[in-house]
Ligand binder design. Structure first.
Ligand SMILES: Cc1cc2nc3c(=O)[nH]c(=O)nc-3n(C[C@H](O)[C@H](O)[C@H](O)COP(=O)(O)O)c2cc1C
Length: 192
């Protein structure tokens, strides 16, 4: 992977602020180099004891179609779906041009597992901040499909060895509406 051929146009701080969760994507592809840089950035996350506990699965067109079918099936198991509902779920799943499944290597030790999850979260944030620095939006989702064993089957993933911790969607999107964040003095205090 050659990552030296591009410098993001935003500073790290600007990229962090630019990163937002997008729900509606335009019908535009993401440059494969942007995806490679984002995955490279993810792989540069810190991990205690150098466990490197993250694994990423890039889902291609066949997998996307199967994922969309499964998403519809899961919804239909929860409530009766009209044809229009089914199409909406299907199209929503197919809309972002990129889907990366983020997985964590399981560890029987609860403390190690917690530390590894923290490391995976750092990796996922790196992934999205890298994309944001290039004007690409995304969404981390943890809906029921991410925990469904049929999804593991579809990905060829051993649920005893790995846990899916999120679907990482990416694509070009209009900026979402601003959200109110707590003021800094509500989340930071100083002690002398
Ligand atoms: C662990 C985690 C899981 C999330 N799961 C979902 C999800 O399943 N569906 C969704 O629409 N957004 C999901 N989000 C995105 C959050 O809803 C979003 O980050 C939040 O609304 C703040 O918006 P922002 O990302 O634009 O700052 C998730 C975020 C995190 C950190």
């Amino acid at each position: 992977m050659n990552t030296s051929d591009h410098a993001p146009s935003l500073t790290a701080y600007e990229s962090i602020i630019a990163r937002r969760t997008a729900h509606a994507y335009r019908d535009l592809p993401v440059d494969h180099r942007s995806m490679e840089r984002a995955l490279h950035a993810a792989n540069h996350a810190p991990s205690h004891k150098l466990t490197f506990p993250w694994r990423f699965i890039r889902v291609g067109p066949q997998g996307r179609a199967a994922t969309a079918q499964l998403a519809v099936r899961i919804k239909a198991e929860q409530r009766p779906l009209s044809e229009a509902d089914a199409k909406r779920v299907h199209d929503k799943t197919m809309a972002p041009p990129e889907l990366v499944v983020a997985c964590q290597i399981r560890n029987a030790d609860p403390f190690r597992s917690r530390e590894d999850y923290a490391a995976c979260c750092c990796a996922i944030q790196n992934f999205f901040v890298s994309l944001a620095g290039e004007g690409i939006s995304g969404k981390w989702s943890t809906g029921g499909i991410t925990r469904d064993l049929r999804m593991y089957g579809l990905l060829g993933l051993d649920p005893g060895a790995f846990e899916v911790i999120g679907f990482l969607w990416a694509g070009v999107a209009d900026p979402p509406a601003p959200i109110a964040r707590p003021p800094l003095d509500a989340v930071v205090r100083s002690v002398p």
